[in-house]
Design a protein around this ligand. Sequence first.
Ligand SMILES: Nc1nc(=O)c2c([nH]1)NC[C@@H]1CN(c3ccc(C(=O)N[C@@H](CCC(=O)O)C(=O)O)cc3)C=[N+]21
Ligand SMILES: [Mg+2]
Length: 290
Amino acid sequence: MSAAILDGKALAARIQAELTCEVQSLQERFGRPPGLSVLWVGDNPASAAYVRNKNKSGQAVGIDVAKSQHLKASLSETQLLALIDRLNADLTVDGILVQLPLPEHIDSGRVLNRIAPEKDVDGLHPVNLGRLVRGEPGLRSCTPAGVMRILSEAGVPLAGKTAVVIGRSILVGKPVALMLLEKDATVITAHSRTADLSAITQMADVLVVAAGRPELVTAAMVRPGAVVIDVGINRVTDYEGNSRLVGDVDFDSVREVAAAITPVPRGVGPMTVTMLLANTVQSYKQRLIE
Ligand SMILES: Nc1nc(=O)c2c([nH]1)NC[C@@H]1CN(c3ccc(C(=O)N[C@@H](CCC(=O)O)C(=O)O)cc3)C=[N+]21
Ligand SMILES: [Mg+2]
């Protein structure tokens, strides 16, 4: 048996087409497009492609990304906080995203706390994370939201199922575990200190892998018929010196045992970007009403 491939890129394209129509009609009704400012500080090479995708896709659906900025690595924390204050006060900006990681000399917690919660399209402000914990509506982090959308579009049942999340980051592991719990899954969070990871992962009906370790999950760790969502994105160089992207899941072996699996690239990554755009539109509409 070979798993169904959950095509995140195709789903992303479909949702972005819907967003394009919606943005067009919002623009006509309210006289301005939704605005998104992506702030990229320094030159972390991994961030370049992601930031480019966010701005390019934003523009493609009609979101105004003119206030996105690439800032020099020597920018002080004080300068970054002052910039966020200006964007918070700017009525044409509906969404602010500070690309992580930030340079060492900047405290990312303090920066994320400064973003107005109603413009926090990354869903990382304590207010939005608190709303998630409490099961209240609010802006939800993009990668976890993308994972949940892939599962719902594929019709994967969650209530009463065992979901295992590998990884406990604030960007992915913790919020996705809460979202799975909200859908009545029995959720286990495994991480780098978990004893006998394989025994835990073999329990999973749904396995979400956000460990940040290339091809950590092999076929022997996966229960036959499980649904596997690979959040990892790692650039590796093979013995011939060729560079390629791999996930945290050994795709070629796991696809032989899983019922369904997301590829890397073209899996979760494009959905992360799409959920960012959806959050920006949500924030725009919310801010119009309030
Ligand atoms: N504040 C913040 N919010 C984030 O959401 C955030 C972040 N920081 N830091 C880094 C991670 C990573 N991330 C991705 C975005 C797009 C792709 C993406 O477009 N991937 C494509 C192409 C990948 C490629 O070709 O390099 C794919 O998987 O098919 C992947 C990963 C957002 N992140
Ligand atoms: Mg860890």
